[in-house]
Design a protein around this ligand. Structure first.
Ligand SMILES: *Cc1c(COP(=O)(O)O)cnc(C)c1O
Length: 338
């Protein structure tokens, strides 16, 4: 089976299993797990923030960030296609009582003018804007890598208006790889950032939230509130530390995505968006089939992909698919849609 549904499907390698077995552990709710503390320090250092906190999931980290940055009833500015809007079960409303002002932004990042126009000041009738949420890479728009200037422009416009900025960087290492810039170029303009270790980097479990000492102190309480206070978490933080060794391999996933997209484009009825990172979105309307039927036909040939929209199928490259798997995928795709 060649599994291109998501980069979350990777399985821990030998080094990660070894790290899990041998991790030095303690009770992390007491702050006593040395492996977790090491991971948090290493991530803060890498992202250029004062502190960082280990979370079981990116969703919990994003929701925690939103809750810490805002007050109940405030507005959040976010792209209509963003993960916090589309895929987190309305958590901004459920957990924190926030109202989302959705923007349709070019490449998913609003211009400074859009940020300025969408920000509302608190008064008798209006709740005030508490947060701007950005996403990089942008998942639903096809793994778009957003450049540091665009992030900085939007973030600056918000912060000038006393609006905090959170960056959902589930795949931020992919964005830094795509631009070949230090990841701190992408984190410097924002107040907080979430990065996932369980996607392209291949860790079995975990995402990090990073920001100032004061922010992380409050995030620690919110994580506990949401039920995310973990005990001997070094067992999963150990493999996550191993995953940091895999950052340089992301370029291979990007190369594989480009090969895959080129090949897909050559198949009748398929139109692939040029991938900027490890996600390939293919419009399949030319096949005359629904995306679900396309996915089904591929599954019959042991290739897994995801239905991703009314006419779109998503393919995602990752550490557990090799160049040969890309070649095999294309052969099977051609055979299936001959
Ligand atoms: C996967 C993802 C998340 C959430 O991560 P989970 O660990 O699955 O909760 C958040 N934002 C983006 C952009 C993602 O792709």
């Amino acid at each position: 089976m060649i599994d291109l549904r998501s980069d979350t499907v990777t399985k821990p390698d030998e080094a990660m299993r070894e790290a899990a077995a041998t991790a030095d552990v303690g009770d992390d709710v007491y702050g006593e797990d040395p492996t977790v503390n090491d991971l948090e320090a290493r991530i803060a250092d890498r992202l250029g923030t004062e502190a960082a906190l280990y979370f079981p999931t990116g969703t919990m980290a994003n929701q925690t960030a939103a809750r810490v940055h805002t007050e109940r009833g405030q507005e959040v500015l976010a792209d209509r296609q963003s993960h916090v809007v589309k895929y987190e079960l309305g958590g901004l409303a459920q957990h924190t009582g926030l109202q989302v002002r959705m923007l349709d932004a070019d490449r998913g990042v609003p211009s400074p003018e859009r940020v300025a126009a969408a920000t509302v000041t608190e008064d008798l009738h209006r709740p005030g804007t508490g947060l701007l949420c950005l996403e990089n890479t942008h998942n639903a728009r096809g793994g778009l890598a957003i450049d540091p200037e665009k992030i900085a422009a939007a973030a600056t416009a918000a912060r000038e208006r006393d609006v905090a900025v959170h960056l959902d960087g589930a795949r931020l290492f992919n964005a830094a790889t795509a631009f070949d810039v230090p990841i701190t170029d992408l984190t410097a303009p924002v107040d907080s950032v979430m990065v996932s270790l369980s996607k392209g980097l291949g860790a079995p479990v975990g995402s990090m939230l990073a920001g100032s000492e004061a922010f992380i102190e409050r995030a620690r309480r919110t994580r506990k509130l949401l039920g995310g206070g973990m005990r001997q978490a070094g067992i999963i933080a150990g493999p996550a530390l191993e995953a940091l060794e895999n950052i340089d391999d992301l370029e291979t996933d990007h190369e594989n995505a480009r090969l895959l997209a080129d090949g897909i484009d050559g198949v009748d009825g398929f139109d692939a968006q040029d991938p900027e990172t490890n996600i390939v979105l293919a419009d399949v309307s030319g096949t005359g089939l629904e995306p679900a039927a396309v996915v089904e036909r591929l599954r019959d040939r042991d290739v897994l992909a995801t239905q991703f929209g009314p006419t779109t199928v998503r393919f995602c490259t990752h550490r557990d698919v090799a160049r040969e798997d890309i070649d095999a995928t294309l052969e099977r795709l051609e055979a299936a849609f001959d």
